[in-house]
Design a protein around this ligand. Structure first.
Ligand code: HDD
Length: 741
């Protein structure tokens, strides 16, 4: 159905009514489905939970105004009791997250591949709810931890909910779900002192990883810039496992799901990430909220890689192995539809916290593969909600309800909402006419793909899962030089925090399997040597009674030398949509230049903030009053993508003498961001460390390679500056490492 618009709850008329929403909000079937459960207290009396109007919410009932509080005070008791029970357990993993509503639309019918209606009907706008998350940190931890990001999408389809519960990396650390509690125990804060929070840089994580060679590929991703996204809106998403599509004729094919962000895939620098964690730990949450709030709706295309059933064994890796991806060179990604996030939740707890994703929320036309990680996940996601959401009725929570009716013989339990009519709650039954009845396949009933399986019951892993390194090497070889350097630095940082030398050595043995140069560089940074007994180091995970022949990593060489899709260097760089640009200014600023550049940047989709030594207004050279968005005290360069310094004698003199302004620029330079200044503001740049590195000329070529533009002509400056911002970062700048910021 088409997206409808309704008027929002009201305008922000007074400074005190901050919780009112802005203009019109898109509505879809799910939003309508949530409406009866949504409360708006505007203009209403305050009541108890039984609807009694409350006359005094400020004072408890007492024996005299100084007297003891009376047990009779049912209003006090109700309020405090509810408060005492407000918290629920956070998610055991992915506790920290942010959600948004949106819609998905398929471009062309995919009926040849799948009978899933939402992928067949090009007129359908399927409501979605998406939750992005970090993995290791607690609910209140920083958004900018070095970590994998969860990318969970629920489609509220006409055939029930379909959840694609993925990550921003296409592979995983382990091959079998039975290892998941070990992995998570290892990465979470250490159990004796609960340190460190939201960080993998500690002994237990690397102890586990160094004994788990199958994690090598994922470790390369987790140590790459993918673990430091600039924005949730600028990450790819992956279903990770191989799933199955099944068409109406019952013909199946294997499928890998991808989400491709239209804004491209971009990261921040590690030093920057650590700073952001202090300056604004809600950086990603705020970024997502603000973008949607301002109407800059984030968009992703849904991509699929299709492998016909008969090609299952065509590859040099096993399609069921979740530590492997299918290189896009081997199987191209077809973009089949688009997801747009266009509405912020009304209530974080009710929606984002209570949403319960599960891979087992599936629709006809999509099915599972035998990936042992996927199979174990099918158990975990319902099970965990029983503790997290307090019982088996979590599917009745509004955000979890499908938009289609639910009928079955499940009954009762804590907090049951549905009032099931009738005498029967069993099947078959004659008394109730045998309703609710089973649906035939032709009526939309889900039928599992009848895969033929003939096997012995064993606790084992297929030999085809034992190539642990070839795709780790492929990933590393596919990175640009700056990306490779970042991986080296990340590993040096993380292993540098590891206290146990034996763990560092085991990790070097693993890195040596991936890339000798990488291992050598990390060994140098750690001040130790790559161990000589590599085989012994690598085989430490073999069980005491295990035969090395059954467990040892296989040495396989990837037939592909490189895969460009694995690097972020080749991503989309054609837009500055929603990039944040700081303009540093003070009294006496050249208003004409400031306005010209601001207007040009905003017309190109950038978000501009004026930063000055103090809040309020600055008076420009032509006496115009310019509103200041942030003071230098509150602002930080790490919260922006680029910075511009307009001219104006007094403004320039003030900024040149202001340590915070100079630091802002130094840091922006250090983090490889686009920097622009009017020619007569050059002396502010002269006050920075990087004045020695200013380009000799400011042609398009130098600006696009060095990211700095100086001009006395505002229009030319704006054009070049916008092109530079679109490049995102100028990582080459990192080579000279003498920046004091
Ligand atoms: Fe998981 C949450 C993604 C393996 C067990 N997982 C969770 C979320 C995401 C993923 C995005 C957060 C959902 C939300 O926003 O509410 N998990 C993955 C991916 C995996 C993966 C991409 C590997 C390919 N997970 C995995 C395994 C297990 C779990 C192997 C257990 C055997 N995951 C859980 C969980 C969570 C969860 C304990 C915690 C909260 C929840 O489910 O609802 O069940």
């Amino acid at each position: 159905m088409a997206t409808k618009k309704v008027t929002g709850k009201g305008e922000d008329k007074t400074a005190d009514t901050k919780n009112v929403s802005k203009g019109t909000q898109p509505v879809n079937d799910k939003i309508e489905n949530l409406a009866p459960h949504t409360a708006d207290s505007t203009g209403e009396f305050m009541t108890t939970n039984t609807g009694l109007k409350i006359n005094d919410d400020q004072n408890s009932l007492k024996a005299g105004d100084r007297g003891a509080t009376l047990l009779e005070d049912f209003i006090l008791r109700e309020k405090i009791t509810h408060f005492d029970h407000e918290r629920i357990p956070e998610r055991v993993v992915h506790a920290r997250g942010s959600g948004a509503h949106g819609v998905f639309k398929v471009y062309e019918s995919q009926s040849a591949l799948t009978k899933a209606l939402f992928l067949n009907d090009t007129a359908a706008e399927t409501p979605v709810f998406v939750r992005f998350s970090t993995v290791a940190g607690s609910k209140g931890s920083t958004d900018l931890a070095r970590d994998v990001r969860g990318f969970a999408v629920r489609f509220y389809t006409q055939e029930g909910n379909f959840d694609l519960v993925g990550n921003n990396m296409p592979v995983f650390f382990i091959q079998d779900a039975i290892k998941f509690p070990d992995l998570i125990h290892a990465v979470k804060p250490e159990p004796d002192n609960e340190i460190p929070q939201a960080a993998s840089a500690h002994d237990t994580f690397w102890d586990f990883i160094s004994l788990t060679p199958e994690s090598s590929h994922m470790i390369m991703w987790a140590m790459s810039d993918r673990a430091l996204p600039r924005s949730y809106r600028m990450m790819e998403g992956f279903g990770v496992h191989t799933f199955r599509f099944v068409n109406a004729k019952g013909v199946a094919s294997f499928v890998k799901f991808h989400w491709k962000p239209l804004l491209g895939v971009h990261a921040v620098a590690w030093d920057e990430a650590q700073n952001i964690s202090g300056k604004d730990p809600d950086f990603h949450r705020r970024d997502l909220w603000d973008a949607i709030d301002s109407g800059a709706f984030p968009e992703w295309e849904l991509g699929v890689q299709i492998v016909p059933e008969e090609d299952e064994f065509k590859f040099e890796f096993d399609l069921l192995d979740p530590t492997k991806l299918i290189p896009e060179e081997l199987v191209p990604v077809q973009r089949i539809g688009k997801m747009t996030l266009n509405r912020n939740p009304d209530n974080f707890f009710a929606e984002t916290e209570q949403v319960a994703f599960h891979l087992g929320h599936i629709v006809p036309g999509i099915d599972f593969s035998n990936d042992p990680l996927l199979q174990g996940r099918l158990f975990s996601y319902t099970d965990t909600q029983l503790t997290r959401l307090g019982g088996p009725n979590f599917q009745e929570i509004p955000i979890n309800r499908p938009i289609v009716p639910v009928h079955n013989n499940q009954r009762d339990g804590f907090m049951r909402q549905t009032i099931n009519k009738g005498k029967t709650s069993y099947s078959p039954n004659a008394i109730g006419g045998n309703d609710p009845r089973q649906a035939k396949e032709a009526e939309g009933g889900f039928v599992s793909y009848p895969e033929r399986i003939s096997a012995s019951k064993v606790r084992a892993r297929s030999k085809s899962f034992f190539d642990h390194f070839s795709q780790a090497t492929l990933f590393f070889n596919s990175q640009s030089e700056p990306e490779k350097n970042h991986i080296t630095d990340a590993l040096s940082f993380e292993l540098g925090k590891v206290k146990t030398v034996a763990i560092r050595e085991r990790m070097l043995a693993i890195l040596a399997q991936i890339d000798k140069g990488l291992a050598a560089a990390v060994a140098y940074a750690l001040g130790i040597h790559i161990p000589e007994n590599l085989a012994e180091q690598l085989n430490q995970n073999i069980p005491a009674d295990g035969d090395p022949a059954d467990y040892a990593s296989l040495q396989v060489e990837s037939s592909l030398a490189q895969s460009t899709a694995l690097s972020m260097a080749y991503t989309v760089k054609d837009s500055i949509q929603t990039r944040k640009i700081a303009i540093l200014a003070a009294d006496g600023v050249n208003e004409k230049s400031l306005t010209a550049v601001k207007t040009a940047v905003e017309s190109a989709g950038g978000v501009v903030e004026i930063i000055a030594p103090r809040l309020g207004f600055i008076t420009a050279d032509n006496d115009a009053k310019i509103h200041v968005d942030e003071s230098l005290l509150g602002a930080a360069s790490v919260l922006f993508d680029a910075v511009y310094v307009p001219g104006g004698t007094n403004s320039v003199a003030t900024l040149e003498a202001d340590a915070d302004a100079v630091h802002f620029l130094n840091e922006a330079f250090k983090h490889c961001k686009a920097i622009a200044a009017d020619s007569d503001a050059a002396q502010v740049l002269e006050a920075t460390y990087f004045s020695k590195k200013l380009p000799d000329e400011y042609s398009e070529e130098t600006v696009l390679s060095e990211g700095i533009v100086l001009s006395d002509e505002a229009k030319k400056l704006a054009t070049l500056f916008i092109k530079a911002i679109a490049q995102h970062r100028f990582w080459e700048r990192e080579k000279p490492r003498k920046i004091p910021a």
